[in-house]
Each structure stands twice: as structure tokens, then as C-alpha cells.
Design a protein around this ligand. Structure first.
Ligand code: NAD
Ligand code: ZN
Length: 239
């Protein structure tokens, strides 16, 4: 069985995408033919969509919440949490996923670059921090208002918006010596560029997923297989 060796002085940066949650029963974006659970992305996942119809956007994210809250972490999530236990602060996880399955498996050193389903924030970015919000909204009138009076929106990075925590992510990439990318198609930027940045700094780069990603040429190694089947037992921690 193929192994990924982690050396005593390695710093590991992991980027995960929708594929990591696929075996937990959460539909990926790519495997849905451009339609995501019956919605066109541009109708529900862009700043224009929010302007045009906040009710439809909340409808969509309420349905995503319902699916994600029912799902359970799979062996792939647990294997990454275990790797973090071994490596401590030499480990960093950046996920594009908006579900909380990594946390529920025990991951702690992680950022959600595309936001989090279980949170909401002010649509005007007035300076109030995001708040916990797990409501499945049935109508727009139930959606709360910020103290500034603006409507609360999902704490999700829409297409065309700047991902979160980019400064921290950049610093972690710069000091990593091993980048592992798992279950992401390599088509959403800037995440698809992380492997190139890591490579320029001399890091080893490994992709794990059932098919080669669109940026396959940037990886020094590709491990073909499903995350939940391949990740447990994949890492050989040395030193
Ligand atoms: P994507 O849907 O574009 O690609 C999914 C990738 O996962 C594909 O490359 C596919 O080969 C791979 N895959 C499928 N089953 C897998 C498995 N069992 N193990 C490992 N890999 C598997 O997803 P993306 O690249 O993450 O980008 C889409 C965007 O949509 C992201 O920005 C993300 O925020 C969002 N999204 C999030 C969720 C979630 O939070 N769970 C779900 C869908 C989409
Ligand atoms: Zn506000």
C-alpha cells in the first residue's frame, strides 16, 4: 500500500475540498453537473444572487445546513485529526468546505477559507463579527437583522468574493515542506494555486482523490482513491 512519509522536520499544510465530505453523504459541487442540489450556482452563490433574492439564497443554504448537520465525519476526517495529534503545531488544515465535519472529527488547527454553514453575518460588513446560526429558515421574515439594521446573510464566501484568512493561509503555505491536497477539483481559485505557491517554495506536493485534479501537473505525487478509504493508514510519521 502506498505511504506518504512525514519526516521529523516536516511542516504539513493540508487543503481539503468537497471530496473529503462526499463519503459522509454531502453532495460535491462538481459531481452535480453544474446544478447543485437542483439550483444553478449563479442563482444562489453570488453577490448578485443575494441582491436579487435573499430569500432564495437563504432557502439554498438552509437546505445545505439540513444536509450537513445530519452528516457524520468519515474515516478521512478522522485520519486528518489523528495526524494533527501526532504533528501538533507542525500541522495546518485549510478547508474549502463549509460543513463542520473536520471539527467534529477533532481537528483544531483549521481555517474555513470559504466560510461556515453554521454562521451568519451582517450583509453590510459593518464590523460586527459573524455569529453562530443553525436555523433552517422557512421564510425570509424569520431571518434576523444585525444591530446596524442590515439583514443577516450566510457566512459563506460567494463566487467573486475574497476568501477568508488569506494572510494566515499564505504564511502557513510559505513555511510548509509538505502540501497535501485532498478531494478538490483544482478549478476554484485561489485555492487551486496553493499547490503552485508551495512548490515554488520547494515543498513536496501530494494529491489524494479518486481522479487526477485539473492542476495535476503541479503535484509530485498523486494517490488515487477515495479519502475515507485511502487516508487511514496512509501516513508514515518518522522521527
Ligand atoms: P468540487 O465539487 O469541484 O470537486 C470535488 C472533488 O472531489 C473532485 O475532484 C472529485 O474527484 C473529488 N472526490 C469525489 N469523491 C471523493 C472522495 N470520496 N474522496 C476524495 N475525493 C473525492 O469541489 P471543490 O474543489 O471543493 O470546490 C467546489 C466549491 O464548492 C468549494 O469552494 C467548496 O467550498 C464548495 N462546496 C463545499 C461543500 C462542503 O462544504 N461539503 C460541498 C460542495 C461544494
Ligand atoms: Zn451590521
Amino acid at each position: 500500500m502506498q505511504k506518504v512519509s512525514i519526516l521529523a522536520n516536516d511542516r504539513v499544510f493540508v487543503l481539503t475540498g468537497a471530496g473529503v465530505s462526499a463519503e459522509s453523504g454531502i453532495q460535491t459541487f462538481r459531481d452535480s453537473d453544474g446544478l447543485w442540489a437542483g439550483y444553478r450556482i449563479e442563482d444562489v452563490c453570488t453577490p448578485d444572487a443575494w441582491e436579487a433574492s435573499p430569500a432564495r439564497v437563504w432557502d439554498f443554504y438552509s437546505a445545505r445546513r439540513e444536509a450537513a448537520f445530519k452528516a457524520e465525519p468519515n474515516p478521512g476526517h478522522f485520519a486528518l485529526a489523528e495526524l494533527e495529534q501526532w504533528l501538533g503545531e507542525r500541522f495546518f488544515l485549510c478547508t474549502q468546505n463549509v460543513d463542520d465535519l473536520h471539527e467534529r472529527a477533532g481537528s483544531e488547527r483549521l481555517v474555513h477559507m470559504h466560510g461556515e454553514l453554521a454562521m451568519a453575518r451582517c450583509e453590510d460588513d459593518c464590523g460586527q463579527p459573524p455569529v453562530s446560526d443553525r436555523t433552517i429558515y422557512k421564510s425570509l421574515t424569520a431571518v434576523g437583522r444585525c444591530s446596524c439594521g442590515a439583514r443577516m446573510r450566510p457566512h459563506i464566501v460567494f463566487f467573486g468574493e475574497m476568501p477568508l484568512e488569506m494572510g494566515k493561509i499564505q504564511r502557513e503555505i510559505d513555511r510548509s515542506t509538505l502540501m497535501m491536497v485532498i478531494g478538490t477539483s483544482g478549478s476554484v481559485y485561489p485555492a487551486a494555486n496553493f499547490v503552485r505557491w508551495a512548490r515554488q517554495k520547494g515543498a513536496r506536493t501530494v494529491y489524494i482523490g479518486p481522479e487526477a485534479p485539473q492542476n495535476a501537473e503541479s503535484f509530485s505525487e498523486i494517490v488515487l482513491g477515495k479519502a475515507g478509504q485511502v487516508l487511514p493508514g496512509l501516513f508514515q510519521v518518522e522521527g
